[in-house]
Design a binder for this molecule. Structure first.
Ligand SMILES: NC(=O)c1ccc[n+]([C@@H]2O[C@H](COP(=O)([O-])OP(=O)(O)OC[C@H]3O[C@@H](n4cnc5c(N)ncnc54)[C@H](O)[C@@H]3O)[C@@H](O)[C@H]2O)c1
Length: 286
């Protein structure tokens, strides 16, 4: 296995919300980064999001203009899967669909050197099932970043049935090199974070749909009453309602009826109102 000290180039699959965040923190930590998406337009949107985010860090004196320019110089966007052959570790952050992730991992297994660790940022899907799409299941691990990646400190390391201990250790070490703190979960549905968070969000949506309170009061009540930084509806918009629905559906399939997605969550996703990323969710965004 290619060790932590040998990592120079990080491959990121997906240039969306999480992919561009992971690419950003890897580039600012000093790694060369190849960020791959399926369409040039998505790659460019990802690079533009990184530019905005780095500009905010310059504006509040977290990094200098030179550090921003250096990070951007280390970052390459591409639609060419074969470029990932240069990677010393790959973090996949494409859509939360098992068939798509398995196809991606089968492709990565062909393209990326056989001693390289393949990580997935999945929120809820089984690491073991994703790993089984490759010929290197012991080198597949969950590396679950939180949104927004440049801001959130925590990364959940998830161990699949066959993940080797050395690979788990490397995942912790790599996340720490990106300035993160880690915890570890077994490969059980939703891991630690989403197994507990998603039912909380789902119940907030149900409470709103059933007229318990206004959306503002549900969010205010949970913030003021339980000292969380965001209420369930705000947080759902922030994560993306499609991501919340996919995650809740996985939990429902794996763990039963107590996780049935709220009717209003499904209806909003069907209407294309996915939260902040489409400008409309439970709240409206400019
Ligand atoms: N949004 C969150 O708060 C959050 C938090 C933690 C983990 N996650 C997980 O991270 C992953 C990505 O979520 P996101 O919010 O960034 O989604 P997103 O929809 O913003 O981005 C997904 C990107 O993946 C791209 N993609 C699809 N198929 C691809 C392929 N074959 N190769 C390369 N790129 C491909 C899409 O074009 C899109 O740009 C999901 O597994 C999600 O569950 C999301």
């Amino acid at each position: 296995m290619r060790g932590f000290d040998e990592i120079e180039t990080v491959g990121v699959v997906g240039a969306g919300t999480m992919g561009n965040g992971i690419a950003q923190v890897a580039a600012t930590a000093g790694y060369d980064v190849l960020m791959r998406d399926i369409e040039q337009e998505y790659v460019e949107d990802g690079l533009a999001a990184i530019d905005d985010s780095l500009s905010r860090l310059v504006a509040n004196d977290t990094i200098t203009e030179t550090e921003k320019a250096d990070a951007q110089a280390r970052l390459t966007g591409t639609t060419d899967l074969d470029r990932l052959a240069e990677a010393d570790i790959v973090v996949e952050a494409a859509v939360e669909k098992m068939d798509i992730k398995r196809d991606i991992f089968t492709d990565l297994d062909d393209v990326v050197d056989e001693d390289v660790v393949l990580a997935t940022n999945t929120s809820t899907l089984s690491i073991t099932t994703i790993a089984a799409a490759t010929a290197r299941p012991e080198q597949v691990v969950g590396l679950h970043f939180m949104n927004p990646v440049p801001v959130m400190k925590g990364v959940e390391v998830v161990t699949g049935e066959k993940t080797a201990d050395a690979v788990t250790d490397l995942a912790h070490e790599f996340a720490e090199a990106l300035g993160k703190e880690t915890w570890e979960s077994d490969d059980k549905p939703g891991f630690v974070s989403n197994r507990i968070l998603m039912p909380w969000i789902n119940e907030g949506i149900r409470a709103f749909d059933e007229g318990v309170a206004t959306k503002e009061d549900i969010d205010r009540g949970m913030k003021l009453g339980t000292n969380v930084p965001m209420g369930p509806l705000e947080l759902a918009d922030h994560i993306g309602l499609d991501i919340c629905l996919d995650a809740t559906e996985t939990l429902h399939e794996e763990l039963g009826d107590r996780y049935t997605p709220a009717y209003l969550l499904r209806r909003k996703v069907d209407a294309g109102d996915l939260g902040k990323k489409t400008g409309e969710g439970f709240y409206s965004y400019e």
